[in-house]
Design a protein around this ligand. Structure first.
Ligand code: FES
Length: 293
């Protein structure tokens, strides 16, 4: 027995807006009886382009009826632009949540709404079509739809994908492919995290750390010092200790202590690791060095 919220039960026992709008402006039909769920959504706009009426007919379980019912309530009074922003998560949230295994009903609602809006925008010509390669032939679910439910709902397992769009819930022949789609999306996300995370948040090898320190000196610190006739050289890196030598004007400047802490150390902490500290190599000559062995 599924655990349903009171709102789901209420919409199931007393569904709102059942039927079809007369002379509808938009019609969205999704799902199929063969797959166990089908939904037809119709709406009519008023003269200002606001959804004045919306009705549904559905074939499916209690969740399918409740999500369709609540969706028609949600879209009344909205413009098409506003309605188009409704996600399956919004529909489920409006009901106070759905059992995980029934989330595909909220996805079906969102698909029907999109299909109806598209139908209106195409002047009544366009009907819902599968877009992209079909991955799950048992339920006719395409790669595009699988990718979308994964992204929009942060799904990480094949079981979750099955709960959200049914793919993988029949013969199981597509489960390997769904797994690969999940891996690809997770790989993309991991790549984005590394790109956008502060550099200190990324675990670095010693070699990567030294390269990043050198790069930060070259790009973030050296130009400012050179603008004032000075320069800086990386002498060595020992654990979190970065040893540098100042050159040119900086070598004679009384403010090197300030430059070292407030400029060099601050930049290295910002761009490489907040555990770094900087020391000046006082013995260093003015000649360029190689790193110490
Ligand atoms: S092909 Fe997807 S479950 Fe059968």
């Amino acid at each position: 027995m599924w655990e349903y919220t009171d709102k789901v039960k209420d919409h199931f026992f007393n569904p709102h807006n059942v039927g079809e709008v007369e002379n509808p402006d938009g019609i969205g039909e999704v799902g199929s009886l063969a797959c166990g769920d089908a939904l037809k959504l119709t709406f009519k706009l008023d003269k200002n382009g606001i959804i004045a009426d919306a009705k549904f007919k559905t074939f499916g379980c209690a969740s399918a009826i409740a999500t369709s019912s609540v969706l028609t309530d949600m879209i009344k009074g909205l413009t098409l632009e506003e309605a188009a922003k409704i996600t399956n998560r919004d529909i489920a949230d409006y009901l106070g949540g759905l059992p995980e295994q029934k989330m595909h009903c909220s996805v079906m609602g969102r698909e029907a709404l999109e299909a109806a809006i598209e139908n209106y925008r195409s002047g009544g010509k366009k009907k819902h079509e599968l877009e992209g390669r079909v991955v799950c032939t048992c339920f006719g679910v395409t790669e595009n739809e699988i990718e979308r439910v994964i992204r929009e709902n942060n799904l990480t397992t094949v079981e979750q994908v099955t709960n959200y769009c049914k793919a993988g819930g029949g013969c199981g022949g597509c489960r390997g492919e769904i797994e690969k789609i999940i891996e690809n999306i997770q790989g993309e996300k991991a790549g984005r995290i590394i790109e956008t995370a502060p550099r200190w948040a990324v675990r670095l090898t010693n070699i990567q750390k030294i390269q990043l320190i050198q790069q930060t000196i070259n790009e973030q610190i050296r130009p400012a010092l050179r603008a004032h006739g000075g320069d800086i050289e990386l002498i060595d890196v020992e654990g979190n200790k970065v040893i540098v030598a100042f050159r040119g004007m900086c070598a004679q400047c009384k403010l090197t202590e300030f430059t070292m802490k407030d400029v060099v150390e601050a930049k290295l902490r910002e761009f490489v690791s907040d555990e770094l500290f900087v020391e000046e190599d006082k013995d260093s000559t003015q000649e360029p060095h190689n790193h110490r062995e």
